[in-house]
Design a protein around this ligand. Structure first.
Ligand code: SF4
Ligand code: SF4
Length: 254
């Protein structure tokens, strides 16, 4: 974190520049456009980290939620998660049931009788590391910022716990740590990726439903995933320029 503290003002200025820009995502874009449009010109020599989520592969086992909690010392109390998995069940009568007991950490079990189910699928969620992040805009002290490699981070030494960013995030990705009284959320396991490792959730996923990589590297697994699939982001109408891309996202997903 020392290195982050040293450069945080520079990062914050960069994020403000991004927010003020005219970056735009359409619903589905080739990876070249995604990388180009999220480029911070000064940092083209750095990775631009993102994640893919293949809904067709997720089995709702919750190993990602559990690994994240352990790796990042997320409070044990229910409802504190950096990542979680939601089970969507579309019933024959057209209604949609969304369940995520304890973030899916114990594995999601279907509660709707088979005969009532039209379709059912799992949706892993986390911070979208938005390039045009409402949380960054809302933070009054610059504690939330975008790193040069595109990861939205929180400097806990600057956070005053005002919760403005929690209100601003349209994805429910943030919480106040009950012990530290500062905001916390997914960092793409920044401490791990800086060591060349995968985020914990990606490493433990038994079905490769989560794909992490550099959006600027055409050989990365993530770029290959984007090339192969017509991915979508959550709530594209908000123009947050999410860097978490879903394959197989249904219109019912909020
Ligand atoms: Fe900020 Fe929420 Fe976007 Fe994450 S998902 S960058 S917390 S607005
Ligand atoms: Fe889905 Fe993989 Fe998470 Fe299991 S570990 S719930 S398969 S994303």
């Amino acid at each position: 974190m020392d290195r982050i503290n040293k450069n945080r003002r520079k990062f914050f200025q960069t994020s403000v520049a991004l927010v003020g820009g005219t970056i735009f995502y359409s619903l589905i874009k080739p990876f070249e456009a995604i990388a180009k449009e999220t480029t911070i010109e000064k940092n083209v020599d750095k990775p631009l980290w993102g994640m893919g989520v293949d809904i067709e592969k997720c089995i709702g086992c919750g190993k990602c939620t559990a690994a994240c909690k352990t790796e990042n010392k997320v409070p044990e109390v229910p409802f504190y998660f950096r990542t979680w998995v939601e089970q969507y069940t579309v019933k024959n009568d057209g209604t949609v049931k969304i369940e995520s007991p304890n973030g899916g950490i114990d594995g999601l079990v279907q509660s709707v009788p088979d005969e009532d189910i039209f379709k059912s699928f799992m949706v892993p969620k986390l911070c979208n590391h938005c390039s045009n992040a409402p949380c960054v805009q809302a933070c009054p002290v610059g504690a939330t910022f975008v790193s040069p490699d595109g990861v939205v981070l929180v400097d806990e030494t600057y956070c005053i716990g005002c919760r403005y960013c929690i209100q601003a995030c349209p994805y429910g990705a943030r919480y106040i740590d009950p012990i530290k009284k500062v905001v916390d959320k997914c960092t793409f396991c920044y401490h791990r990726i800086n060591e060349g490792l995968q985020p914990a959730c990606v490493e433990v996923c038994p079905t490769d439903a989560r794909i992490f990589g550099d959006l600027r590297d055409k050989k990365s697994k993530l770029v290959k995933f984007l090339q192969k699939n017509q991915t979508q982001v959550l709530k594209p109408h908000l123009n947050t320029h999410s860097k978490v891309f879903y394959n197989g996202l249904s219109s019912e997903v909020k």
